[in-house]
Design a protein around this ligand. Structure first.
Ligand SMILES: *Cc1c(COP(=O)(O)O)cnc(C)c1O
Length: 381
């Protein structure tokens, strides 16, 4: 089989990225600051609206780390975190010596279950500790239950760190994802809806908080002619070269959203006649998903040899990359000793779910190869 590989989600350049990178070279702005960094921040602030302030950083993970610091998380504090997510949502809790408390998902959005969240808060308070922050994720670009989670957060006075790494271009009731948390986080890693080759951003509600994030991200230098430090710093600023790629990508972000959503519609059509498969779809029109990745749930049928794993292997034979959903954090060896609240929603989704090729750069020929695998798998099964 020498069909070229079809990737789950690969970088998709728009065409103007190199112009911005060239400008950086021409002006010798080859550093973690410069006109492209400022330009990308302005583009993002304009895109997000809602008076967002944006600081461009070296990764989404760095943004989560600094976000938790800005929310005052310290060693020994407890942080509530959606269990079903990429490990980068939770790792920074441990960087700070804080304690993650994992929360199950609910079936409609695959994100934080409001019931499990409130149960966890009440139980942690009963054990004597008020949680310091809530990390809520928009998985695969589908917004979490924004209103319910905000109501609970405000009821107990706990700030939300909104992990919008997968959801740039998604919105809820017309408001852009990334602007719902007390702090928001974006990622521009190579596989995300737009990329800077590697990078991320922190979204804040005030200029002062953004400046504070940038201060930490540039080694916490005090205002002095020499290198003077009163606080621990980090080297987390985005480079002006990467930001140049980002400025070009911002010009095609809305196109990418349209194309990713077309891939989702393609799968909805393809699976409409297959009872054992449901395509993960936002619950109603309040939720506008960028469908960064299209994901399905496969109802296992042992008699017919159908499961998410046999389907994944059928794709693998055809040189098409598919991947199980994020394995919940409370089931990860590195996190399994921490508290967990909820049932088996995320666990069941993990056992049955599969992410399918979703790139904005997939061709008709590639879509034909994908549908051929699916048709053959379900007719011979
Ligand atoms: C990609 C991702 C991150 C981390 O972003 P990086 O830029 O890769 O550090 C965090 N959370 C989620 C949910 C992600 O998908």
């Amino acid at each position: 089989m020498n069909n070229p590989k079809i990737w789950l989600s690969s970088p998709h350049m728009g065409g103007t990225e190199q112009k911005f990178v060239q400008e950086a070279f021409d002006a010798n702005w080859v550093a973690p600051l410069g006109p492209n960094v400022n330009g990308l921040e302005q583009d993002l602030e304009h895109y997000l609206g809602n008076e967002a302030h944006v600081g461009a950083l070296s990764s989404g993970t760095a943004a989560i780390h600094l976000g938790l610091i800005l929310l005052g998380v310290q060693a020994g504090d407890e942080v509530l975190c959606q269990s079903m997510t990429f490990s980068a949502s939770a790792n920074p809790i441990l960087y700070l010596g804080a304690i993650p408390v994992f929360i199950d998902s609910e079936m409609d959005t695959w994100n934080l279950c409001p019931l499990a969240l409130e149960e966890a808060i009440l139980d942690r308070i009963a054990t004597g500790k008020m949680p310091k922050a809530i990390i809520a994720v928009h998985l695969y670009g589908v917004p979490y239950r924004i209103d319910e989670i905000r109501t609970i957060a405000d009821k107990y006075g706990i700030p939300i760190l909104e992990d919008s790494a997968e959801a740039l271009g998604s919105s809820y009731k017309g408001q852009q994802c990334g602007t719902f948390g007390d702090i928001g986080v974006l990622s521009f890693n190579g596989n995300k809806i737009i990329t800077t080759s590697g990078g991320g951003a922190i979204v804040t509600r005030t200029k002062a908080l953004k400046d504070r994030a940038v201060f930490f991200a540039t080694q916490s230098r005090d205002d002095a002619p020499h290198y003077q430090h009163s606080e621990i710093g980090y080297n987390y600023r985005m480079s002006n070269i990467c930001a140049g790629i980002g400025r070009g990508q911002m010009e095609v972000l809305d196109d990418h959203v349209v194309l990713r959503r077309k891939m989702h519609s393609f799968y909805v059509d393809l699976f409409s006649a297959i009872d054992l498969v449901t395509v993960f779809t936002a619950p109603n029109d309040d939720y506008f998903a960028n469908y960064w990745l299209s994901a399905i749930v496969v109802e296992p049928n042992a008699l017919k040899g159908i499961s998410r794993e046999t389907l994944r292997l059928a794709f693998e034979v055809a040189n098409i990359e598919c991947r199980p959903l994020w394995k919940p954090m409370h089931l990860q060896p590195v996190f399994e000793k921490y508290p967990y609240y909820g049932g088996i929603v995320s666990e069941t989704l993990f056992e049955r779910g599969l992410c399918l090729p979703s790139g904005s750069n997939l061709t008709d020929e590639e879509r034909d190869r994908i549908s051929a695998v699916i048709r053959e798998f379900f007719t011979t099964a």
